[in-house]
Write a protein that binds this ligand. Structure first.
Ligand SMILES: Cc1cc2nc3c(=O)[nH]c(=O)nc-3n(C[C@H](O)[C@H](O)[C@H](O)COP(=O)(O)OP(=O)(O)OC[C@H]3O[C@@H](n4cnc5c(N)ncnc54)[C@H](O)[C@@H]3O)c2cc1C
Length: 332
């Protein structure tokens, strides 16, 4: 099969803010290799970054058959338009049956743009991929991870899938290195409309929340931002971290990195204490893996009590200070 008729798999490899290939790029090699083997075809990778050629060699030793590098300053941070133009050029050259894109913020933006430009079928946020009788079967999680769906994209034109980070093992280097080829891309005037001006480090808070053995989360039951201090005091008494519901984050009471749930962080501490939290499904998917859930809520019918092992029905402004006093009495 010549390069003009590959019918194989093309993966998009991304470079992070530190200038190195993102780990998900190596996970896509594993996913792509499996599909390419099932198709009996080749695996190509395209690196799209200002320093693409410099890092492409690392990918060339992971078992890919072909590595393309698109070096261009416009690709810093992968704004969707130049990234879509570069990926479209790689598709035109390699003529793949399947295109895999990292499910990063950037990938989720440029992949559907390429699908729309070329009129191709696509599946987003896939956690598993197989070829069955030529059909690409993509498994996606929905409803905050509670259900999985199968999306079938039949053979014909290339199919594009974004792949969630962490879904496949990382391909290790050690194979005979493939030399990267430079892919010249003609960018248009639209491709320079969005540029990356700077990057900023995330605050360290999120890491602490995910690693914490105890999390005390507060919700709208706190009534106002100043009263969140009772949540902070309980967290301090238990040696834990503070979390929040989306309702209070949206209200500007707490920073987004404390948000737990479908559109926030996923935590699974030894102890999770929900204070004035109703227990909406979108919140619960981010904490239901906790070992022990304790809820404090004045409404005995609050849904949080359905997933809590221990529940205290009462006014949090009475209950929490009493619990803190008890804890301090125990310690002191
Ligand atoms: C697409 C989508 C994504 C979402 N993602 C998230 C997410 O990631 N995380 C998230 O948290 N939410 C998320 N939500 C929002 C979610 O549906 C709920 O609206 C939100 O979780 C409710 O927050 P809450 O429990 O703080 O507020 P409320 O639902 O208003 O609950 C407040 C609770 O406090 C109790 N209460 C009030 N006063 C007291 C008192 N004095 N003492 C004791 N208890 C008291 C009440 O009985 C009530 O149960 C999402 C929604 C959508 C549509």
């Amino acid at each position: 099969m010549g390069s003009s008729e590959s019918g194989g798999v093309l993966i998009a490899a991304e470079v992070g803010g530190n200038g190195a290939l993102r780990p998900v790029s190596f996970e896509l090699v594993t996913a792509g290799r499996r599909l390419a083997d099932q198709l009996g075809a080749t695996l190509s990778a395209v690196v799209m970054a200002p320093n693409a050629s410099a890092v492409a060699s690392e990918l060339g030793a992971t078992g890919v058959d072909r590595v393309l590098a698109v070096d261009d300053e416009r690709l810093a941070g992968l704004p969707s338009e130049p990234a879509a133009t570069a990926l479209t050029a790689a598709i035109a050259l390699t003529k793949p049956a399947v295109v895999l894109v990292p499910g990063t913020t950037a990938g989720r933006d440029y992949a559907p743009r390429v699908a729309a430009r070329l009129g191709l079928g696509s599946a987003a946020d896939c956690v598993d991929l197989q070829i069955e009788d030529g059909t690409l079967v993509a498994v996606r999680t929905v409803l905050g991870g509670r259900l999985q769906t199968r999306v079938e994209l039949p053979a014909g034109s290339p199919r594009i899938a974004t792949v969630r980070a962490g879904s496949f093992a990382r391909a290790e280097s050690g194979a005979a290195a493939v030399e990267a080829e430079t892919l010249p891309v003609e960018f248009g005037p639209r491709d320079g409309r969005v540029t990356m001006r700077a990057t900023a480090e995330k605050p360290s808070g999120p890491t602490n929340l995910e690693a914490a053995k105890v999390v005390v989360a507060g919700g709208r039951g706190l009534k106002e931002p100043e009263k969140f201090v009772v949540v902070e005091q309980l967290a301090a008494a238990l040696g834990g971290a503070v979390g929040a519901t989306r309702a209070v984050v949206d209200a500007g009471w707490r920073p987004h990195h404390e948000q737990i749930g479908q559109t926030g962080r996923t935590v699974s501490p030894r102890l999770y204490v929900a204070v004035g939290v109703s227990g909406a499904v979108q919140h619960n998917v981010g904490m239901q893996g906790s070992d022990l859930i304790v809820a404090i809520n004045r409404d005995p019918d609050a849904p949080i009590f359905k997933i809590a092992q221990f529940g205290i029905v009462g006014d949090l402004f009475d209950v929490v200070p009493a619990v803190i006093a008890e804890l301090e009495g125990t310690v002191g």
